[in-house]
Write a protein that binds this ligand. Structure first.
Ligand SMILES: [Zn+2]
Length: 156
């Protein structure tokens, strides 16, 4: 869990080049204690935002292009929560590594992984906590390996 005090703290989680793309919506209430991660959509649907923190790491923000509607209408597995769903629930989200290169990940396109895992764990009668840990680990790996973001917050 981590705390976002205000809009400035939220923007600080993003790389400087991404900050101008960040647009808050009324559903993002600040200050906020964030359990696992915070996600919301750009009002026009252009972007999907993610702010998470790995254990001991700084809040880390990613701006994804939502590529709306480009997902295949076949069952697909989310790279992050590993749940399969049909239709357009799992889709390709892309984020900019640098000016020249974008990197994609196949995930629940609304980033609703946290809630889906909770529902699945409830259904199986087990604790969701180990799954949430893995989920944040995978987000962290994507940010550090695919986007070259320092999860400690250094150099941001
Ligand atoms: Zn997912």
């Amino acid at each position: 869990m981590f705390k976002l005090d205000n809009e400035a703290a939220l923007l600080d989680a993003f790389r400087p080049k991404d900050r101008k793309l960040v647009q808050l919506t009324p559903e993002v209430r600040l200050p906020q204690f964030v359990r696992n991660y915070l996600s919301w959509k750009h009002p026009g649907g252009t972007y999907v935002y993610l702010v998470f923190a790995t254990p001991g790491g700084a809040p880390t923000g990613i701006v994804f292009d939502s590529n709306s509607g480009s997902g295949p209408a076949v069952p697909a597995m989310c790279d992050w929560c590993h749940l399969s769903s049909s239709g357009s629930t799992v889709g390709l989200l892309t984020a900019r590594r640098n000016a020249k290169k974008s990197v994609g990940v196949h995930v629940c396109s609304d980033l609703g992984c946290q809630q889906r895992l909770e529902e699945e764990a409830d259904r199986q009668g087990i604790s969701v906590l180990p799954w949430w840990e893995k989920l944040i680990e995978r987000m962290g790996r994507f940010a550090s390996e695919s986007l070259d973001i320092d999860l400690s917050g250094a150099g941001r």
